[in-house]
Ligand binder design. Structure first.
Ligand SMILES: [Zn+2]
Length: 102
């Protein structure tokens, strides 16, 4: 399991604070414990998911083949620079794509 990034940690913290605030607010009203716990868990899940999706969206690179009509594309997320270079080479070298062999 990889360590959370700064964005993921920050959104997790905000989600946790938000969930605690809403959970405390619900507990002061006549809301059952089961509903309060459910709402808190949904808020935590939503916040963590949004942070993870934002992190993924901002750190994903898409490499496509420049040859017209070739549909080869490779997505790279959170790879080391050597691996990103290799993936870029694989995507842009049309001679190795299945449509180039036929
Ligand atoms: Zn190609």
């Amino acid at each position: 399991m990889r360590k959370p990034t700064t964005v993921e940690a920050a959104t997790g913290l905000v989600a946790a604070l938000w969930a605690v605030y809403i959970g405390h607010d619900l507990s002061e009203h006549d809301v059952s414990a089961l509903v309060t716990i459910s709402v808190v868990l949904v808020l935590l899940h939503t916040g963590l998911t949004l942070g993870s999706r934002f992190q993924q969206a901002t750190h994903t690179q898409l490499f496509t083949c420049p040859e017209p009509g070739c549909s080869v594309e490779i997505r790279s997320t959170n790879h080391p620079s050597e691996r990103v270079a290799r993936l870029r080479d694989l995507a842009t070298d049309h001679t190795n794509h299945p449509s180039a062999r036929s």
